[in-house]
Design a protein around this ligand. Structure first.
Ligand code: AQP
Length: 337
């Protein structure tokens, strides 16, 4: 089976709807057809300051949400990044293979550091895409299911994999790394802020009213759907350019219900925006209510949760250690006795 790997940060506590529709939903589907590795990326979380207690709680909360979303520990490998030390080890090797200029071109870093100011920006935030490269390459992943905002980082991963493979090629031997492809589902690759449909929904950049957190009171989220910003036209039609607000709502509606956007356009012909928003609010509440309950169920049983993560880490380490051993050997490190 082809292999996939992806990760999610435990920083915000609750996942938002963009995380779910852009990434996690694909993870759930891919565990049926792929050898799937999914992780909570706590090493990435500390690129910005974290309160230790909150980080620990949010890491378990992230794992609980992934299970509640449908990840099945019998069908995929679910683990916490810091439980597998090979990530940091390969991360260092990859740092030494990346050009400073190359790393400086990462647009996500430019955006985030501009917002934080240079004094508050850590070197960790600068090199985080390189750690991400290591995350992916350790597992020889063929594909990486992510949202559109991660495309540039997958490109970097491909470049570095090829660079290492060429520089440390061994005649007759398999290349060290599989060169991965991004797996980005076009329709849901970028879910937009409900108050400003020109920018992506994001935990740090969205206004509270534009951000749908899955663990918020469903009533609060329903209200946000009902007051979503649209346009002055009245026709319910998908047109990302001219009608970004309505198009975003149609995407969310279509994905949550498994309906084609064209069918929704027909269904809502002659109806007002209000009807669409009210219905979507209800659909979301119906979907999110059991999700919240399942999440709470996993949190109420921390022993089971921790043992799922321990088993996942053990499986992950077997694969990661093998890749790292090959890397260390090809670089020229003396094997430890
Ligand atoms: N709005 C979005 N639409 C589609 N996919 C999205 N993702 C994030 N936002 C959207 C995808 O979610 C996965 C996990 O992302 P992460 O853990 O890296 O979270 P993030 O990207 O840090 O989330 P935010 O909200 O975007 O954080 P900030 O505000 O800090 O930048 C990834 O696959 C991501 O593509």
């Amino acid at each position: 089976r082809p292999r996939v790997l992806s990760g999610i940060q435990p920083t915000a506590g609750s996942f938002h709807l963009g995380n779910y529709l852009g990434a996690v939903r694909q993870w759930v589907a891919l565990q049926e057809s792929h050898d799937a590795f999914y992780m909570v990326v706590d090493l990435h979380a500390i690129t910005v300051p974290q309160d230790p207690k909150e980080l620990r709680a949010n890491t378990r909360l992230a794992a609980a949400q992934l299970l509640a979303a449908g990840l099945d520990p019998d069908r995929c490998t679910l683990f916490v990044q810091s439980h597998v030390p090979e990530h940091a080890q390969l991360g260092w090797v990859m740092n030494c293979l990346t050009g400073f200029g190359e790393a400086s071109r990462m647009t996500q870093f430019k955006d985030k550091s501009a917002k934080q100011g240079t004094d508050r920006t850590t070197v960790g935030l600068f090199t985080y895409p390189i750690l991400q490269v290591a995350d992916i390459l350790l597992y020889q992943a063929n594909a990486v299911p992510v949202g559109e905002d991660q495309r540039q980082h997958i490109e970097l991963t491909r470049d570095l994999a090829e660079r290492f493979n060429t520089r440390f090629a061994v005649k007759g031997a398999r290349p060290t790394f599989t060169v991965p492809e991004p797996y980005i589902v076009k329709e849901t690759a970028k879910i937009y802020d409900l108050q400003d449909p020109s920018v992506k929904m994001s935990k740090s950049a969205s206004s509270p009213k534009g951000l749908i957190n899955l663990l918020d009171e469903p009533k609060t989220s329903a209200k946000k759907f009902r007051s979503a910003v649209t346009d002055t036209d009245t026709v319910i039609r998908f047109d990302a350019e001219a009608k970004p607000g309505i198009s975003n709502l149609l995407t969310i509606y279509a994905t949550l219900t498994g309906t084609a956007v064209a069918d929704l356009e027909q269904q809502y012909e002659g109806k007002g925006y209000g009807a669409l928003k009210t219905d979507l609010a209800e659909i979301f509440v119906e979907w999110v209510t059991p999700f919240r309950e399942r999440t709470q169920g996993y949190l109420d049983d921390p022993e089971t949760l921790d043992s799922i993560l321990a088993k996942g880490a053990e499986k992950a380490r077997t694969v990661a250690a093998e890749t790292l051993a090959t890397v260390y050997d090809r670089i020229g490190f003396v094997p430890a006795k």
